[in-house]
Design a protein around this ligand. Structure first.
Ligand code: ASP
Length: 306
């Protein structure tokens, strides 16, 4: 069945036993809402990158997910967010790292992509660019949620730097889409990892690591332990395996997630789509919040492995 949109809301130790029925229902509804936002954009004839932006904004606005509202806390007790977007038709890309005030970091990545002069902006400069572009900005503590504060306090007490959760859960969000003109795009947005220090940047805003799109191969958005996705240039490697290795989208993604990353100890997953409307959503962690919108309007959402 041809698919037009896939999304993720993070991978990690997400198990049935650790989730109440209400929480599970809320996470699934969040995924459905994001797919619906993408569906509306698709039917309007929006470009693939705007379909991705619509879905990602919906997840950024949802406090359950670690992007935008509900982003995790840094060691210093505030929020620094990363986001990226890439278009497969011409390899246009835009990304931001360590932004603190823009309400929807994915829209800032979109603005950087449109602006064309640079690909990756960081910190105060990126926030200044957001204001210049007329994007909505908020105070940094607007991103606070009680749930994330609790995780932060636990992480501080145990001196755990890289975990998003007591039980190792990554909550980045992402989308990959195919539009009516048969172009593909990818977008990713994240608060990174709870208790991160020293201006740490993850894989999400790095084109070729956490985000990549090329019409010739695939559009991909990753989630997981970012340092591994950076070292293994996972998003670009997926594209290369298809371009040079002649692997199918599915085989290439499986090999990367279940072999290369798993052997290296890198936990996480990815979502990817190609111009045929084939999608793949492999993950080597117990769970990954994920969803697919098919061309016929059917929707699938899931959290656990089986
Ligand atoms: N990959 C993200 C990072 O390392 C985390 C995540 O996927 O939740 O910043």
């Amino acid at each position: 069945m041809k698919s037009i949109l896939a999304i993720h809301g993070g991978a990690g130790t997400i198990t049935r036993s650790s989730m109440s029925e209400e929480m599970e229902a809320a996470y699934l509804q969040g995924l459905r809402d994001a797919l619906e936002a993408g569906r509306i954009a698709y039917l309007r004839g929006d470009a693939a990158e705007d379909i991705c932006a619509a879905a990602v904004v919906s997840l950024e606005e949802n406090p359950l997910y670690n992007a935008g509202k509900g982003a995790v806390f840094t060691h210093a007790g505030d929020h620094e967010m990363d986001a990226a977007m890439m278009r497969g038709s011409d390899l246009a890309a835009g990304a931001v790292a360590g932004v603190r005030f823009v309400r929807n970091p994915v829209l800032l990545a979109r603005a950087v992509m449109k602006y064309e002069e640079h690909v990756l902006l960081s910190g105060t400069g990126a926030d200044a660019f957001a204001r210049l572009q007329g994007l909505e900005t908020v105070s940094n503590n607007w991103f606070d949620t009680p749930h994330r504060r609790l995780q932060y306090e636990q992480a501080l007490a145990e001196d755990i730097i890289i975990l998003d959760h007591h039980e190792k859960k990554f909550g980045t969000v992402g989308a990959v889409a195919l539009d009516l003109k048969n172009n593909i795009a990818a977008a990713t947005s994240t608060g990174g990892m709870t208790n991160k220090k020293f201006g740490r940047i993850g894989d999400s805003p790095l084109i070729g690591s956490g985000t990549y799109a090329n019409n010739e191969t695939c559009a991909v958005s990753c989630t997981g332990h970012g340092e591994y996705f950076i070292r293994y240039a996972v998003a670009y490697d997926l594209s290369c395996r298809i371009a040079y290795g002649k692997q199918t989208l599915n085989d290439a993604a499986d090999e990367l997630i279940y072999k290369v990353l798993q052997d290296a100890g890198g936990e996480g997953g990815l979502i990817a789509i190609n111009r045929l409307g084939e999608v793949t959503l492999p993950f080597n962690s117990p769970g990954m919040y994920r969803g697919i919108l098919h061309e016929n309007g059917d929707v699938e959402v899931a959290i656990y492995r089986s």
